[in-house]
Design a protein around this ligand. Structure first.
Ligand code: AP5
Length: 221
């Protein structure tokens, strides 16, 4: 199964995709995570992407699309995946459709995580991420057991550089400018389902699993 999680910064795409991947045995592909790994290891791609990410803008489509093409060609993506952070505009939608068409596959389900602005700000301002394994925490909502250490691998937790107030504002503006066309596109193909993502993470996950199971059943018929 191939699923897209759509939603604003802080909607919980990364949190939900991580848990959903475990529940459904799918591969979680986050373009933001891959870009951050490239930035921290100083690759050419990372050097080119850094300034866009620091300002809250989008990294140019050709860079991100090439990166995604390579990632979905890896063996672990063959059995299905969850996309988190891609596509972000209509040109990326088209590029994704082309990529999948060449593989005789398609997107099965698009879930839009509807989130209110006050929740987004609260979530992003308290987010902590593991520098080692990328696990996501929150100072209040999902605090680590040990202060600033990852529960999974004991790596150090840090605050993302784009989680500053000014950058969050820009990220939200960029998101709002593009999201409507994505929603329209996936609504027209009857793949989009909206759920409220303001609730507690476990409740949101159950709603997503339910939608995925329904879709999976309909694919078998
Ligand atoms: P990316 O990493 O994709 O950032 P984003 O889309 O802004 O989304 P976030 O990662 O901020 O939020 P999320 O929805 O994953 O929330 P999370 O689960 O962490 O992209 C970063 C940058 O990379 C972009 O700005 C751009 O520059 C570049 N980029 C990436 N993809 C690109 C593309 N395709 N094209 C061009 N450029 C691209 O949760 C947030 C917090 O809330 C956490 O602390 C979590 O613990 C907490 N939380 C989550 N869910 C709940 C809940 N239900 N209840 C309580 N707390 C919760």
């Amino acid at each position: 199964m191939r699923i897209i999680l759509l939603g604003p910064p802080g909607a919980g795409k990364g949190t939900q995709a991580t848990n959903l991947a475990k529940r459904l045995n799918l591969t979680h592909i986050s373009t933001g995570d891959i870009l951050r790994q490239n930035v921290s290891s100083g690759t050419d791609l990372g050097k080119q992407a850094k300034s866009y990410m620091d300002s809250g803008g989008l990294v140019p489509d050709d860079l991100v699309t090439q990166m995604l093409k390579r990632r979905i060609s890896e063996p672990d993506a063959k059995g299905g995946f969850i996309l988190d952070g891609y596509p972000r505009n209509i040109s990326q939608v088209k590029a994704l459709d082309e990529m999948l068409e060449k593989r005789n596959t398609n997107i099965d389900l698009v879930i839009y995580l509807d989130t209110s602005e006050s929740v987004i700000i609260q979530r992003l301002s308290g987010r902590l991420v593991c520098r080692n394994c990328g696990a996501i925490f929150h100072r209040k909502n999902m605090p680590p057991k040990n202060d600033m250490l990852c529960d999974t691998c004991c790596g150090n937790l840090y605050q993302r550089t784009d989680d500053k107030e000014e950058t969050i504002k820009t990220r939200l503006e960029v998101y709002k400018k593009e999201v409507f066309s994505l929603i329209q596109y996936y609504e027209a193909s009857r793949k989009l389902h909206r759920i409220s993502a303001d609730e507690e993470a476990g409740i949101v996950l159950n709603k997503i699993v339910h939608l995925a199971e329904e879709r999976n059943d309909s694919l078998k018929v």
